[in-house]
Design a protein around this ligand. Structure first.
Ligand code: PMP
Length: 414
């Protein structure tokens, strides 16, 4: 059957809820069709390097699970998540300085679902979420869906600027805006790769506290540092921070298991919201992960991932230096991403089709802002391709960018 092209007439156009209007194909999602073509080097989607995980580790855990607790794993589970896994998560969070009670943990279907549940609990139309500039595209999509406004705060190589945060809050208050959440990805952020400095962490928390703003700390990459650990988690400094974690990057995303650590009243509401939305997170995924954590040397596997990502980061920075030496890029200490500044006047979104024609894909900077900023930025994700493919991809990207530069010089615009 031929695929419909272009806009289709939608018979239900008048029936959708107001918030459905915010649902449109994201720049990242739209790229997935391109990514799957093998000739294209994709530096676009943030895909974990699942091929670095020996599959026997999962097979062994699966067989053990089925032979010991098969019926339970195939059944519905509790709305808050498996108690054994919650205990293991408690130990994982301790590696980032967090002490918690398993009672305050809620297991979710990826941390994406944790974000969605939080947005449902806190955001009404017109409420404001303060976020880094740039910020995680998947979170921005959720905030938009709940008809909230996002205020991006200036972020440099040390993370969000406390002074800029103070100024943003003052401006929003003057405009009578209701600020509900301060959403932060403090470690090896998506998309910038930057880490909030140890000095700024308590400063940011103090500003949030003074202004009665709930802090949401989203930390899927914290254990994927290259050489030195990031500073202690915000949640380890302040118990009122809502902390989101995930197995997507320290294991694999396919199980769709993440978690939220929240103060008791919020945690109670989260469990109710989760039960209402999905009854319970997948018992099978949770118990399989629990078995894996109990039997495999999971920390050694995380070390393997760290090595894989460091090698790819090195390849990406080396290629940037070789092929695009005039461009400024962040230099991450962990995680998956480089954030690249293009010369003023260049438009990374308009340039993308030309890049795809050159067989390389990236994510345009505007995807990571809710307000149209980021035109002359782009995100490179180095987590998935081999170092050789990263080199090739950045070489191809340099052809496209250099051509744009030549055009700019000749005709005065990109
Ligand atoms: N937060 C951030 C910052 C992310 O980069 C991602 C995934 N790319 C998520 C949350 C969602 O991860 P998951 O739902 O797989 O746990």
């Amino acid at each position: 059957m031929a695929k419909p092209t272009g806009e289709r007439f939608d018979h239900w156009i008048d029936s959708y809820a107001k918030r459905a209007g915010s649902l449109s194909v994201s720049e990242v999602r739209a790229l997935f069709a391109v990514v799957s073509r093998p000739e294209v080097v994709s530096l676009a989607g943030g895909m974990p390097n699942v091929s670095s995980l020996p599959k026997e580790l999962i097979t062994e855990s699966f067989e053990k699970l089925m032979s010991t607790k098969g019926d339970m794993a195939l059944q519905y589970g509790g709305g808050q998540g498996d108690i054994t896994l919650r205990g293991q998560i408690h130990d994982i969070m301790a590696l980032e300085g967090i002490s918690s009670s398993v009672e305050d943990l809620v297991i979710t279907t990826g941390s994406q679902h944790g974000l969605e549940l939080l947005a449902g609990l806190f955001l009404d139309e017109g409420d404001v979420v303060i976020a880094e500039g740039p910020s995680y595209v998947g979170a921005l999509g959720i905030f938009r869906h709940y008809l909230a406004e996002v205020e991006h705060v200036y972020t440099d190589n040390d993370g969000m600027s406390p002074e800029a945060l103070e100024q943003a809050i003052a401006k929003l208050k003057k405009a009578n805006k209701k600020i509900k959440l301060l959403y932060l990805v403090p470690n090896f952020a998506n998309p910038s790769g930057v880490t909030l400095s140890a000095k700024r962490r308590p400063e940011i928390l103090a500003i949030a506290k003074r202004n009665n703003i709930l802090v949401v700390e989203d930390n899927p990459y914290g254990l994927l540092y290259f050489d030195k650990k990031p500073p202690k988690a915000l949640r380890s400094i302040d118990d009122n921070v809502i902390y989101l974690g995930s197995f997507s990057k320290i294991l694999v995303p396919g199980f769709r298991v993440g978690y939220v650590l929240a103060p008791p009243p919020i945690r109670e509401k989260l469990v109710l919201a989760q039960e209402s939305a999905i009854l319970c997170p997948s018992a099978f995924s949770q118990m399989l992960i629990s078995e894996y954590l109990a039997t495999a040397d999971w920390q050694k596997q995380v070390d393997t991932f760290r090595g894989v990502y460091k090698q790819r980061k090195d390849a990406a920075l080396k290629a940037m230096k070789e092929y695009l030496p005039s461009l400024k890029t962040t230099k991450p200490d962990g995680g998956f991403y480089l954030w690249v500044d293009l010369p003023q006047g260049m438009d990374s979104k308009a340039m993308l089709p030309l890049a795809v024609k050159e067989l390389v894909a990236y994510t345009p900077g505007t995807a990571f802002y809710g307000d149209g900023q980021g035109k002359n930025k782009l995100r490179i994700c180095y987590s998935y391709p081999t170092p050789e493919r990263i080199d090739l991809g950045i070489k191809r990207l340099s052809n496209v960018i250099n051509l744009q530069l030549d055009l700019q010089q000749t005709f005065g615009k990109g």
